[in-house]
Design a protein around this ligand. Structure first.
Ligand code: NDP
Length: 329
């Protein structure tokens, strides 16, 4: 039976999620990759234990994480049952629905029908009575926002989620969602969006600013640009890297000559700061108080241990920031 490290809360930073009562670790662990049926179960267990032993209390999932869809929740459910049973109240577990999950008109997007059924399935796969945060995974332009938000309200009222969040929304739609959820007295506390040195979309689409204004938190996904913002690809494409082992979302074509040159330049800046590129990239996200947490992915425990070190230095000089901006394409 697993016993967690008694020193697990000593070095992690916990940030308040917007104006809510919930605090999240500055570094969270995401199960999008490396928790499906094509990965070794023993490695998944090892990564969850390493994370938890170092203060990572927050685990991020979605209905469709795999392969196959649902597999990450099933595997995580097994890990919970076998190792973390006595630690449930020390964990924040998140899941989502909004992307394709099952065939037909009720397994995708943002209807009340889909969201409620999907969360019931997620809870069953993970063997849980509730999740801590349930997200609508992407804006649905065809379903009235009121319907999607009312589904989130019902989910909280039924006790199946404690808090709700939205993912991949922009500033104006966040504002609309916030207004509806406020009227419904729903604890909407968090926005999950892609944000990293290479992708500044939330600075341009109003999400970052609006989130601050309404008092919600921001949690950044793919903070390492799926591994590009690390030393992984500096000397070529390793056989055990995401590009080679799971090219579903990170394709070799994205590693252009310009990108590689920028990665190398950023790596030099990181070295001067005494950080790995991964540590610097995460520190860059965490440097401002708009950001509650970064959700890292990992293919092995050593990466989690490296990434946690990011919180040791999240301060940048103006010159460093300008230099980083030069290589941000
Ligand atoms: P990252 O940008 O953190 O990329 C993770 C990958 O980078 C790892 O799998 C590993 O790849 C490599 N890596 C990590 N740390 C290091 C290190 N220290 N040194 C070298 N390489 C490293 O995140 P992800 O793209 O995996 O996304 C993280 C999470 O965000 C997901 O699991 C999910 O929970 C969430 N997410 C949410 C989305 C949404 O729509 N809401 C969309 C996408 C993600 P390698 O295999 O090469 O070792």
């Amino acid at each position: 039976m697993y016993t967690a490290n008694t020193a697990r809360y000593e070095n992690m930073t916990y940030n308040r999620c917007g104006k809510s009562g919930l605090k999240l670790p500055a570094v969270s662990l995401g199960l999008w990759h490396n928790f499906g049926d094509n990965s070794a179960y023993s490695n998944m267990v090892d990564m969850c234990k390493t994370a938890f032993d170092h203060g990572i209390t927050h685990f991020d999932l979605a209905n469709n994480y795999g392969p196959a869809e649902g597999a990450a929740e099933l595997n995580f459910g097994k890990i919970l049952k076998e190792n973390f049973k006595s630690y449930r109240d020390e964990m924040v577990i998140s899941t989502k629905a909004g992307y394709y999950m099952w065939p037909g008109p009720y397994g995708d997007w943002g209807s009340r029908k889909y969201l409620i059924a999907s969360l019931d399935q997620s809870l069953m796969r993970m063997g849980l009575e509730y999740v801590d945060i349930f997200y609508h995974h992407r804006m649905d332009p065809e379903t009235p926002l009121e319907e999607t938000m009312e589904a989130l309200a019902q989910i909280v009222r039924s006790g199946k989620a404690l808090y709700v969040g939205i993912s991949n929304y922009d500033g104006p739609n966040l504002e609309r969602a916030h207004a509806i959820l406020k009227e419904l007295h729903v604890p909407f506390i968090i926005n999950q969006n892609r944000y990293n040195i290479f992708d500044r979309t939330i600075e341009k689409n109003g999400l970052k600013q609006k989130s601050k204004e309404v008092g919600t938190g921001i949690i950044c996904f793919s903070p390492l640009a799926q591994g590009l913002l690390t030393d992984r690809y500096i000397d070529g494409i390793p056989e055990d890297s995401r590009i080679r082992t799971d090219g579903r979302f990170l394709k070799e074509g994205q590693l252009t000559e310009e990108k590689l040159a920028n990665i190398k330049a950023l790596n030099e800046i990181a070295k001067k700061r005494g950080q790995t590129l991964a540590e610097m990239a995460l520190a860059w996200n965490l440097k401002d108080d708009y950001i509650t947490s970064v959700i890292i992915g990992a293919s092995r425990s050593s990466q989690i241990l490296d990434n946690i070190k990011a919180i040791e230095n999240t301060t940048f000089t103006e010159d460093e920031l300008k230099e980083i901006d030069k290589y941000s394409k």
